[in-house]
Write a protein that binds this ligand. Structure first.
Ligand code: AMP
Ligand code: GLY
Length: 425
C-alpha cells in the first residue's frame, strides 16, 4: 500500500516511524517532512496546508491512504476532498473537525449532551462580553473561538486582565477572524492530562494517557509553548479513571456528533482537568498531541497502519490494541529564544551517537539537511524519546541521550516527568 503522512513535526516523524514498521506499508511519503522523517519516508516538498498540492500528489502517485497530522488541513477539509476523490484517509471531516476549529461549537455540544466542562458563555460583541465578566468576576478564562496556534486562551487573574483580553482578541483582532467570537469560562483547578481515543464514527477505543509540559522552563515556569516534553502512562489516569472519561466525556461526544450529522472519525484528543468534581473537558483537539504522540508511538505494539485504516473503514470494534508495559518519555530540545524570537540554521551534532542508545529514538520536529549536516529549522527541533521500566527510568535514559547531542544553540527542560515521578515516590 502507498501511504502519505501530512505534516512535518515530531508527531509526524513518530507516526511515520510506526507506520514504516507495518507489513502493509510498501511506500511511505511525508508532505512536507523533515530531515529525520527522511530516514523512514520519502519527503515531498508540499506544505501541509496546500490542499490542492496534496490532492495533486495523491492522485498523480496513486496514494492509497492518507494520514493527516495537524489540525489546519483537517479544519480546511482535506479529508472531505480525499474521500470525494475516492481516497481513504485518517482524520475527521471539516464538519467534525469543528470540535477543535470552534471552541463555541464544542461548548454548545457539551451543554446539549451533558458533557462535564467549565461553565461558559459566548459573545460576538465586546461590550456584552465585558458585562458578563463584571457579573462573574475573576479569575476567569477568555478564549478566541477559532484556531489561534495555541495562543488564543488567556487566563485572567483579575477583571482588568479579562477586559484587556477582550480588547486584544475582539477589538485589536490579534488572532484575526478566529477572535470575532469569544468564549468566556469559569477557571477550573486541578491536574491536567491528555486523553486520546481512536474513533471510527461509531466505536471509540481509548489509547494510553499522556501528560505534557507546556511551560518553557523547569518547574513549569516561563511562557507557554507547544509542549516541552511528555510521558506515558499518566498516573492520574488509571484504568478506572479511563473508563470514567470514556463514559462521561468521550462516548457522549461520539454519540452527539453522530446525532448532529457529523460522525467523528480519527483520533480524538481530550484536554482534561482532573477536578474535585471529576474529570472535566478543557478542550478537544482533532489530532494526536505533539509531543504526546511520540512516547505513545514508542509504547504501541500493534500495527499502527492497520489501526488507522480501521478508523477510516469503520471496523474499529474488531481491532486489537497492544501496548508495551514500559513507560516512555520524550524531551523536547528547542532553539534558544523559543517560544519568542530565535535563529535558524545552527548545526546539530552527535545525533547518531545518541540514537544508538538502546530503547532511544530521536524524532525530529524542525530540522533540515544541508550537505550531510543536520541544521535546526524551527523553535521545537528534536524529541529525544526513551523507554524505561518506569517513567523515572525512561527519564534517565532520555537525558543520557540528550547529553550526547552537541548543539550549543539548543536548550531543553531538565525536569520532564517530574509530576509522575513524584507521585510514585
Ligand atoms: P486550550 O488551548 O484550551 O488547551 O487552553 C490552554 C491551556 O489553558 C490549558 O491547557 C489549560 O492549562 C488552560 N485552560 C484553558 N481553559 C481553562 C479553564 N477553563 N480553567 C483553567 N485552565 C484553563
Ligand atoms: N501538546 C499539546 C498539543 O498538541 O496541543
Amino acid at each position: 500500500m502507498k501511504v502519505l503522512v501530512v505534516g512535518s513535526g515530531g508527531r509526524e516523524h513518530s507516526l511515520c516511524w510506526a507506520i514504516a514498521k507495518s507489513s502493509q506499508c510498501d511506500e511511505l511519503y511525508c508532505a512536507p517532512g523533515n530531515a529525520g522523517i527522511d530516514q523512514v519516508a520519502i519527503s515531498v516538498p508540499v506544505p501541509a496546508d496546500d490542499l490542492d498540492g496534496i490532492m495533486e500528489f495523491v492522485l498523480d502517485n496513486e496514494v492509497d491512504f492518507v494520514v493527516v497530522g495537524p489540525e489546519g488541513p483537517l479544519v480546511a477539509g482535506l479529508v472531505d476532498h480525499l474521500e470525494a476523490a475516492g481516497v481513504k484517509a485518517f482524520g475527521p471531516s471539516a464538519k467534525a473537525a469543528a470540535l477543535e476549529g470552534s471552541k463555541a461549537f464544542t461548548k454548545d455540544l457539551c451543554g446539549k449532551y451533558g458533557i462535564p466542562t467549565a461553565e461558559y458563555a459566548r459573545f460576538d460583541e465586546p461590550d456584552a462580553a465585558k458585562e458578563y465578566i463584571r457579573i462573574k468576576g475573576a479569575p476567569i478564562v477568555v478564549k478566541a473561538d477559532g484556531l489561534a496556534a495555541g495562543k488564543g486562551v488567556i487566563l485572567c487573574r483579575n477583571e482588568n486582565e479579562a477586559y484587556a483580553a477582550i480588547d486584544h482578541i475582539m477589538t485589536e483582532a490579534a488572532f484575526g477572524a478566529a477572535g470575532s467570537e469569544v468564549v468566556i469560562e469559569e477557571m477550573m483547578t486541578g491536574e491536567e492530562a491528555s486523553f486520546f481515543a481512536l474513533v471510527d464514527g461509531k466505536t471509540a477505543v481509548p489509547l494510553v494517557a499522556a501528560q505534557d509540559h507546556k511551560a518553557a522552563f523547569d518547574g513549569d515556569e516561563g511562557p507557554n509553548t507547544g509542549g516541552m516534553g511528555a510521558y506515558s502512562p499518566a498516573p492520574v489516569i488509571d484504568a478506572k479513571m479511563s473508563q470514567q472519561v470514556m463514559d462521561t466525556i468521550i462516548t457522549p461526544t461520539i454519540e452527539g456528533m453522530a446525532a448532529e450529522g457529523a460522525p467523528y472519525k480519527g483520533v480524538l484528543y481530550a484536554g482534561l482537568m482532573m477536578t474535585e468534581k471529576g474529570p472535566q473537558l478543557i478542550e478537544y483537539n482533532v489530532r494526536f498531541g505533539d509531543p504526546e504522540c511520540q512516547p505513545m508511538m514508542m509504547r504501541l505494539k500493534s500495527d499502527l497502519l492497520d489501526l488507522l485504516m480501521a478508523c477510516a473503514e469503520g471496523r474499529l470494534a474488531k481491532a486489537k490494541l497492544e501496548w508495551r508495559k514500559e513507560a516512555a518519555l520524550s524531551v523536547v530540545m528547542a532553539t534558544q529564544g523559543y517560544p519568542g524570537h530565535y535563529g535558524k540554521g545552527s548545526e546539530i551534532k552527535g545525533l547518531e551517537k545518541a540514537a544508538a542508545l538502546k530503547d532511544v529514538e530521536i524524532f525530529h520536529a524542525g530540522t533540515r539537511e544541508e550537505d550531510g549536516r543536520i541544521l535546526a529549522n524551527a523553535g521545537r527541533v528534536l524529541n529525544v524519546t526513551a523507554l524505561g521500566k518506569t517513567v523515572a527510568e525512561a527519564q534517565k535514559r532520555a537525558y543520557k541521550a540528550v547529553g550526547l547531542i552537541d548543539w550549543p544553540e539548543g536548550f531543553c527542560r531538565s525536569d520532564i516527568g517530574w509530576r509522575a515521578i513524584k507521585s510514585r515516590a
